[in-house]
Design a protein around this ligand. Sequence first.
Ligand SMILES: Cc1ncc(COP(=O)(O)O)c(C=O)c1O
Length: 319
Amino acid sequence: MPHLESDPAFHLVGNTPMVPLHRLFANNKGIEVFAKLEYYNPSGSVKDRIVVHILRDAEKTGKLRPGMTVVEASSGNTGAALAFFCARLGYKLILTTMTKVSEEKKNHMRMLGAEVIVCPTDVHHDSPEHYINRAAQIARETPNSFHVNQYDNPLNTEAHYLTTGPEIWRQMDGRVDWLVTGGSTGGTITGAAKYLKEQNPALKVLLPDPKGSALYHIAKTGVSREEDLGPYQVEGVGKECLTDAIDITVVDESMQYSDADAFGLCRACARLEGILPGLSAGGNLAGVQWLMDRIPGPARIVTIVQDAGVKYLSKLLKD
Ligand SMILES: Cc1ncc(COP(=O)(O)O)c(C=O)c1O
């Protein structure tokens, strides 16, 4: 059975392009906006980075051995990344996800051979039916299983500290003032921000958060409020509470956006830049717009396009 490091696809992860957005945001303050296109990773999202880091470690430490079953909860991208590598390496894979996740993402995971268990979206995060708790239960009950647990796994954050952060620094020639990106596990924002702040302590971080998630208020005040929680259509970002993977102290500013803001910016970015971002990246662009109205120029802003809008066409094509 092949192992991860011997798979040529392992070397396709990371080193994604950084492109300037020229037309989407009008400004006369000398603010430049750059987008890191994570959909160039082999399974189509930023999550390939954490999956190779976690699987490689698990194989090296013997936590994952031939014949075992990998188990994880995912809003679709970690799931697709795991399905891609598990198919190639011969591991069985069981994923839990939520009803609200786009049909494209659910079917992508299924096509790559994963067993996909769809859990209800609108349940309390303590409920055994919640997709994260369900995955933990499946992992406990499945003999010979390896639970990835991206939410509480320090290797998630470390993957971004070791790859996403350094790539941004290099691609920006060490000149970057703001990082704008949303969070779910918080691995991306925490790992990349830590690295970038070590290089430039003046760098600031904005976390755009969908309305209905608790992270905005937690970033502002340190506490989460049940009354902030509600449904939203954007996928893969926002949370009801903090995971172990996020260090919210890396966040300097936070703002809230609506589904309409995110969807609108996905569509506008496609028409004006030729780039169709995924829904959470549409939310990031709402954050960039909010920031540009508030900061003086000149400034250089980097945002992350975690995946592509083709994963959400069924949602984006509806109003
Ligand atoms: C589309 C999308 N955007 C953003 C994120 C958030 O990334 P992180 O878990 O590193 O906070 C995810 C995570 O699943 C995602 O799938």
